[in-house]
Write a protein that binds this ligand. Structure first.
Ligand code: FES
Ligand code: FES
Length: 155
């Protein structure tokens, strides 16, 4: 089957067999910011937004993303124009090896869109599908609070 992926606003024509997983196709297309962790839907490292909805791309058939808007962490911000959430992660020291960071940032984005001033418990709940083997989560929670503060102040 053929169609288009829209990745971070860029249309890409694509031809699929039908059984490919979205994670693999995105990485083959060069979206290496989408990380491959468990492949079981349990770590959150492969998160993307599909028409604005957070999904583990290892659990989604690529064919189901045809014609939809796929947003990876690069669609939120880049090194030259970072999103406030990305800046907050850096400023709070919430990035160590960085493997979990794209998924954490996207999960934070989805949370703050729904709930701009979450409680700590709500932050923990929103990130409970995202595993980090480095930070112990404390600085990640601080980063989300910092991002919420800054984004609410800017609103
Ligand atoms: S690689 Fe998809 S949830 Fe872990
Ligand atoms: S910073 Fe290394 S896995 Fe989270």
């Amino acid at each position: 089957m053929t169609g288009n992926f829209s990745i971070n606003g860029t249309e890409i024509p694509i031809s699929l067999r039908g059984d490919e997983v979205l994670l693999d196709v995105l990485r083959e297309l060069g979206c290496t910011e989408v990380k491959e962790g468990c492949r079981e839907g349990a770590c959150g490292s492969c998160l993307v937004l599909l028409d604005g909805v957070l999904v583990n791309s290892c659990q989604v058939l690529a064919a189901s993303a045809l014609g939809k808007e796929i947003t990876t962490v690069k669609g939120l911000g880049t090194i030259h124009q970072p999103h406030p959430i990305q800046e907050a992660f850096v400023d709070a020291g919430a990035v160590q090896c960085g493997f979990c960071t794209p998924g954490m940032v996207l999960a934070t984005f989805a949370l703050l869109k729904k709930n701009p001033r979450p409680t700590e418990q709500q932050i923990r709940h929103a990130l409970d599908g995202n595993l980090c083997r480095c930070t112990g989560y404390v600085k990640i929670i601080e980063a989300v609070k910092l991002a919420a503060e800054r984004m609410s102040a800017d609103a």
